[in-house]
Each structure stands twice: as structure tokens, then as C-alpha cells.
Design a protein around this ligand. Structure first.
Ligand code: HAX
Length: 441
């Protein structure tokens, strides 16, 4: 049975659960909201539903109930590879089932058929002024493909109905995931390799093809598979996933929605932190002027940053209260490859891991002094020659599309409502504060 048919069956089976919750238990209370949560970015207010991943503050992310290591363990891998294909992971995220080799083969086939990037996407990237950030290139490229959205065509067809909407969202979502590696590699080679573009090799899986189009030898193929999988999804409340979900909730198609999500990912408190980490490390190395990094001078540099009122990029998290397992997955990758383990930048990342949490804890502001996903990726990319750090968030954007696209397909399948939380005024908060809480009428 095809992935789409399997998904159709799963959706039909699942829908009654959501409908029953709404119909029979819609008024059951699940939480209360404080003033601090209201002003402070909505932390911990349960107001989104997803079954694709769940983020536990201490255990980290679980994709469809599996930890990162369990996911790597369970999914089929290409011969000789350490990590599963993105195609296997896409099947798993969408359906919750571990795919067989035949299922993976079918997704590989499907992605090949979908991977053709329309010519105008490249015209748009080329038309952007010199010095444009690669995230603007990526977001513009994604937005431009809205022209060919199958969901938008269905909406305008006069036969639109909520029940079938997911199938058209699935079409756009799959097209987008299949095309992004080629667009990202094009941006890289266009911008940083004198427009020396390497054409796609459709015989390869998504991760290997990306490595090929980047012009980087193995194990960059395995790195790409691992990297895209760990960056895919982090439940729904993070800025990129939430923005994508929010925009799609207005029945905007996948291209409108993900372009918006990418713009959120481009913020330095979110996905751009990976470029900021390498920028911080390079500035630190420059300051050392050739001297070896030691725990003492790393500690001093961390305090200098904090004393200047700046943040330490790659540390802290809105939900996590422990070292991010996505950081540890990247560390594991380094430990498996001897030359990477000995790379000076990778060693410096390890030294920061040993020193920064204690400094941040002593500084006393941060709630979670442990590294997040962005603390490691730049050092690994740099080892394989991708030293242009303003490209790093584009890599994140390729990975994040997998989770966002799986989510908005299910959003439409379950008919989630247009998102519209309620605002209050400061005067109202002051009144409720004086009264010890909001008065019930
Ligand atoms: N360095 C210095 N100070 C930090 C800090 C850091 N890395 N992280 C948080 N703080 C400060 C905050 O600025 C805040 O200070 P004020 O009270 O003066 O405003 C205080 O500690 C409390 O913040 P928090 O509750 O611990 O953190 P938030 O939930 O508000 O924010 C962030 C979470 C991830 C945005 C934050 O920790 C941060 O800015 N980290 C650095 C940037 C970063 O690595 N971002 C990537 C996060 C992962 C991700 O989304 N990747 O895409």
C-alpha cells in the first residue's frame, strides 16, 4: 500500500478520537494561566496538539514516541550507513510506523518524481541583491513555489472540502520536502562556490544527494541524514513550527506557511543561533591570537560576553532543562569519526560544554544552562568545509521542513481550527492582579 493510502487509513482511524474529545469533553479544564505566562511568551500553556513529536524537559525530544537513539536504531539504513534515510524518517513521522525496506523504496521513488525544482525558483534566487542572507534566498524560493500549489488549486476549484484537504496538503508538503535539498545546495554553490552548481543525482537518497550536490565526500552523506532528522521536529510551540502551523491554519498552503516558518527560524534566538555559535567561537579564537584554548581563557571569554550584556549562543532553552539530546547526537557523530573527534573546533565545543553550564549557572539568570542543538552543528559543518556560517540556518531549514510538513498535513486531516488566541490589556492584568485573580462572572 502506498504511503498516501496508508496515511488515508490512519487518518480515517484517528479522526473519531479528536471529534469525540471536542464533542464530549470540550469543556474539561486542563490548565490555568498566570500573568507571568501571559506576558512571558506563553511558556507551558497547553494550546497546541500534535502526535508527531513530544518534548520532555528532561528526556528531550521523542519522535512518535521514540527517543533520537531509538529512532536511529529502529529505522532502515542504506547499506554501510550509520544513520537512516530521511525517506524512512518521513514515512515514520507521517504514519507512526517503522517502514519496511519496500516502503522506503517507494518514498525514494516518490521523492525522485517530486524533486524537480521549477526553473523560476533559481531565477528568483539569482535576482536577489548581492549580500542577501541565504535564509532570505531560501524563504523567497519556497514562497515562489506557491504558484504551483496543489492545495491552493483545490481550494479555488469550487470542490474544496475540509475532509479531503489533507490529501492536497500532503502533495505540497511532499513536493516541498523533496525539493529543498536541491534548493539549499544551489544557494550554497551559487553564493559561495562561484556559481559552480552540481546537478542532482536522482539515484541517491535525500541525504546522500544533498552531500553530492554540496560537492562534499562521505561521511557528509551520513552527517546530512543525521542532521536533517534531528532538526526535523521539536513539537509545535517553537517559533518555526508554530508559525508554519499558524499560517496554515488560515488555509494558506504549505509554501506560504513554510516560508513564514523559515522567517521565524532565521531569528538569532531560534535557528540562527547555529551561525552565532560559530561566530562567537571564531571571535574567541581571534582574540586568543594563536594561543591554545584552555578552560581558564574560555571561562574568561564567557564572562566577558555575559558582562557585556550579551547571550551565549547555543545555550539555554525555553522547554528543555537538561543537555539537548540533539547536541549529544552530534557529539556521538564526532566520537565515531576519529579525525572529527580531533578537530580543534570540535574540541573547543567540548571544552565549552565543560565550562559554560557552570558559568551560566553562576551568572544566575538562565533557567537551563545546558547546550541546545545549535551549540554543536557549526563545528561539524566547518570540519567538512562548510565554513560560511550564515548558511547554517539554511541547513536547519531543510531539516525542519520534515516536521513542519508532516504536522500541517495532519492539521488538515484533523480539521484543526484557525488559530486565534485571546489578548488582554495591561489594565485588565493589573485589575486581576489586585483582585488576586480573574473574577468569574
Ligand atoms: N546566555 C545568556 N543569558 C541567557 C541565555 C544565554 N544563552 N539564555 C537565557 N538567558 C537569559 C535571558 O536573556 C533572560 O534574561 P532576562 O531576564 O534579563 O531577560 C534569562 O536568562 C531567563 O531566560 P530563560 O527563561 O532561561 O530563557 P527563555 O526561555 O526566555 O529563552 C532561549 C530561551 C533559547 C531563547 C535563550 O536561552 C537564549 O537566548 N539562548 C541563546 C540563543 C540560542 O541558543 N537559541 C537557540 C535555542 C534552541 C533553538 O530554538 N534552536 O533553534
Amino acid at each position: 500500500m502506498s504511503l498516501k493510502e496508508t496515511l488515508r487509513r490512519k487518518i480515517e482511524e484517528f479522526r473519531p478520537r479528536t471529534q469525540r474529545l471536542l464533542r464530549e469533553f470540550g469543556k474539561v479544564k486542563i490548565d490555568e494561566v498566570t500573568i507571568e505566562q501571559c506576558i512571558g511568551g506563553g511558556r507551558d500553556i497547553p494550546s497546541l496538539v500534535t502526535d508527531i513529536s513530544y518534548l520532555d524537559p528532561y528526556d528531550g525530544i521523542r519522535f512518535r514516541g521514540k527517543s533520537i537513539n531509538e529512532t536511529f536504531e529502529a529505522l532502515p539504513k542504506p547499506p554501510g550507513a550509520l544513520y537512516p534515510t530521511v525517506e524512512a524518517f518521513w514515512y515514520f513521522l507521517l504514519t507512526g510506523d517503522v517502514p519496511s525496506d519496500d516502503h522506503v523504496e517507494e518514498v525514494l521513488h516518490e521523492f525522485r518524481a517530486r524533486a524537480n525544482v521549477p526553473y523560476y525558483v533559481y531565477d528568483i534566487i539569482r535576482a536577489l541583491p548581492v549580500g542577501t542572507h541565504p535564509m532570505v534566498m531560501l524563504s523567497s524560493a519556497v514562497l515562489s513555489m506557491q504558484r504551483d500549489s496543489k492545495f491552493a488549486r483545490f481550494y479555488n476549484s469550487g470542490t474544496f472540502n475540509k475532509r479531503d484537504a489533507w490529501a492536497y496538503m500532503y502533495e505540497d508538503a511532499s513536493d516541498l520536502v523533496a525539493r529543498l535539498p536541491e534548493i539549499a545546495a544551489f544557494i550554497y554553490r551559487y553564493r559561495y562556490r562561484n556559481c559552480d552548481i552540481i546537478t542532482s543525482n536522482p539515484e541517491l537518497d535525500l541525504g546522500a544527494n544533498f552531500a553530492h550536490m554540496m560537492g562534499i565526500a562521505p561521511p557528509y552523506d551520513d552527517l546530512s541524514r543525521m542532521y536533517f532528522i534531528i532538526h526535523s521536529d521539536h513539537e509545535s510551540g517553537n517559533v518555526s513550527a508554530h508559525t508554519t502551523h499558524l499560517v496554515a491554519s488560515a488555509l494558506s498552503d504549505a509554501f506560504y506557511a513554510y516560508s513564514a516558518g523559515l522567517n521565524g527560524l532565521a531569528g538569532p534566538l531560534h535557528g540562527l543561533a547555529n551561525q552565532e555559535v560559530l561566530r562567537w567561537i571564531m571571535a574567541f579564537e581571534k582574540k586568543l591570537g594563536g594561543a591554545a584554548p584552555t578552560k581558564e581563557n574560555v571561562t574568561r571569554a564567557l564572562w566577558d560576553t555575559l558582562d557585556a550584556g550579551q547571550i551565549i549562543p547555543g545555550y539555554g532553552h525555553a522547554v528543555l532543562r537538561k543537555t539537548d539530546p540533539r547536541f549529544l547526537a552530534q557529539r556521538d557523530f564526532c566520537l565515531r569519526i576519529p579525525e572529527l573527534k580531533e578537530d580543534p573546533l570540535v574540541k573547543l565545543v567540548a571544552m565549552l560544554f565543560e565550562t559554560a553550564p557552570a558559568v551560566l549557572a553562576e551568572h544566575g539568570k538562565i533557567r537551563n544552562p545546558w547546550p541546545n542543538v545549535d551549540a554543536h552543528s557549526g563545528a561539524i559543518q566547518s570540519h567538512y568545509g562548510v565554513k560560511e556560517w550564515d548558511f547554517y540556518t539554511v541547513l536547519f531549514g531543510v531539516g525542519r521542513s520534515i516536521g513542519c510538513m508532516a504536522n500541517i498535513t495532519w492539521d488538515r486531516a484533523l480539521g484543526y481550527a484557525i488559530e486565534r488566541p485571546k489578548s488582554v490589556t495591561t489594565s485588565m492584568l493589573e485589575k486581576w492582579a489586585a483582585n488576586g485573580g480573574r473574577q468569574k462572572h
